[in-house]
Design a protein. Sequence first.
Length: 480
Amino acid sequence: MNLLLRAYPRSFRRLLALGFVLVGAPAAIGLGALAFSVSSFAERAERAVYDARIATQAAREFAEALTALERNARQLLILEDRALLEAYEANRRKFTDSLALLRSLAVEDRTRSAMDDAAASESEVFAALSALAFTGAGERAAAVQRFERLRELSARIQRETAERVDREVDSLRETAVSVRRVALGQAIALVPLVAMLIVGFTVLVGRPIRELDAAIRRLGGGNFGEPVRVDGPDDLVELGRRLDWMRNALIGLEQDKNRFMQEIAHSLKTSLAALREGTELLNDGALGPLTDEQREIAGILRRNALELQGLIVGLLQYGQAWMQRTALSPSVWNCRTVVDEIVRKHELALRSKGLEVVADTGSDALRADRDKVAAILDNLLSNAIRYSPAGGRIDVRARLGAGSLTLEVADEGPGVAPEERERIFDPFVQGRAVGSGLVPGSGIGLSIAREHAIAHGGSIRLVDSERGARFRVTIPVEAA
């Protein structure tokens, strides 16, 4: 297979053409051989049927001519009329013609010998009858008695002709069985051969297309860390190079975008710090007592400043997550310990809403980037707390399977609308459902979780649930 992969044709079109030729060639050869065998058999059968018909007709004419000759001879013996000799000669010509035709069809020596004896005996009869004036009645009677021998020879010739036809029919039947057996053998041999060629060229044709499809899916999912490599025909390899060029261009654009967001966030953060300090001074009464209306306005300024600060922090976190998406720091850690740590981190928020967290985790040790996995779980749990109703339940599940860690966080909130499922992991996108909490969400948590999952070569998705939202993260890890 590797040799075939290295011997790709120059273009994808040539690869398809070569595949069709190689797959169709065995079938064409088999059909050609079968057609030749059937054609040869048909010609032989046609020739045998024709020879059998001619031989049967000639044998019948031979017997009829012999009967007419005997009748003419006996009439001539009794009446001694020379006019009857002319009728005998006319029937004799039929006898000779049919005998000649049978001799041309006969291939057995014994049949030819019987024909020669019949011709010799009839010649003696004709000689005796022709010399009617010079032969006595006894001689002519003895000549006519030779027809008994001729009848025996005629019956023998007919019998051997029928036997020859039967042998030819049996030979044709055996040939038909042989042709059928050869056709069946060719079909049995061609089916696995053609199937093997189809599978082989399906792999050859499908391999570069699957590589292109996987590369496009990675690019569409925002995974720009893995280079695009395509093995196959030159035109598909060139297409892979163009996709890799586009990947590098997208990386540059993402870097420029995140650099821009970081600069804006830092600039906003500086201005926001002054705004926060001013609002805190006003709320603390450092500039003098405030009226109720002034205190209300100061509170509005403080809440909006906190909201703006959350957005700026989200911008910085998202930019940092994207820039470090390929920078992993794997270490050995315990899954249950990390889950308990994240749950304790949100203990105050859980108490304020009366939420219950049911954790189903194993105590397996694994090797992965602990901080990134903890950040994924942190964002998912924070999202579940925000959208869970008071007194609700949050399920957290972590299981180490065959080379992968599966994290699931499910809540009993309003869930995600079907039309929002595709965009829920995009940055700064929030669903229509209204969450609760002291600080409004920034719509960045799920995006950060996705970036960290992609960094591990894993995935995050929203799975179907009877109630609320259920997020499932699958990350390739090593058991320790």
